[in-house]
Design a protein around this ligand. Structure first.
Ligand code: AMP
Length: 220
């Protein structure tokens, strides 16, 4: 059983790397931002509660996020463990998390702010199936259309200059100290998030002492 946390500024590739790591090790990938976005897209009661906050780039209420995480982990579909990204994001969430789960490692994806801006403003999402694109590194075959389902590609509501500034502020004020907390416990593996995704995944696995995998992209 392995339990990993992925941390890093927005656009550092938490979702991509979390999915690759989970796929290779048969772990469940839990992306808290994706879960919240699902609620917004599907107009649930919770979605209505978080929509405005999310669109401004601010963090949503701790009680609410904690209950989403608690319920998700209570499903116990993670026989071999999980990779959680987007949580914890502040000291209180970290305390809640550490009280309930022992962590095997924290992956810190390190990316300079200039690169964050470049990546985030180029990020696109399929409005229909949720597939991720990036106009720099992963362009769709047909402009503004999803390769998989043909849906329209849109920007995330919080991928604007203003929301990005709020998220970076929150990250350095609230999330960075959590990293320090984990660092004291010697959990943290810091990886340069600038190279291509396979290189980054290899560095993560090496840092965690895991086998490299024949082809991490395919989960091998
Ligand atoms: P992400 O997809 O991880 O960038 O998250 C998108 C947005 O969801 C964030 O900007 C927050 O508004 C909200 N969110 C995600 N995770 C958390 C969390 N752990 N605590 C509070 N808000 C969160």
């Amino acid at each position: 059983m392995r339990k990993y946390v992925i941390m890093g500024v927005q656009g550092s590739g938490k979702g991509t790397q979390g999915a690759l790591l989970a796929g290779g090790l048969d772990l469940v990938h839990i992306a808290v931002g994706d879960m919240l976005r699902w609620h917004v897209q599907n107009h649930t009661k919770l979605g209505a509660q978080v929509r405005r906050t999310m669109s401004t780039g601010e963090l949503v209420d701790d009680d609410l996020v904690e209950s989403v995480v608690r319920e998700r982990l209570a499903q116990h579909d993670w026989n071999y463990g999980f990779v959680i990204d987007g949580f914890p994001r502040n000291r209180r969430q970290a305390e809640f998390f550490c009280e309930s789960y022992d962590i095997d490692g924290v992956i810190h994806l390190d990316l300079p702010d200039t690169e964050v801006r470049r990546r985030v403003l180029a990020r696109r999402l399929c409005a229909r199936c949720g597939m991720d694109y990036n106009l720099i590194a992963h362009r769709p075959r047909v402009a503004d259309r999803c390769d998989v389902c043909g849906g329209a590609l849109v920007s995330r509501e919080d991928d604007t200059e203003l929301a990005l500034a709020a998220r970076l502020r929150d990250y350095y004020a609230k999330t960075d100290p959590v990293l320090e907390l984990f660092r004291v416990k010697e959990y943290v593996v810091t990886v340069d998030a600038r190279p291509d995704k396979v290189t980054v995944q290899r560095a993560i696995r090496a840092g965690l002492g895991l086998p490299a995998g024949a082809d991490p992209e395919l989960g091998g």
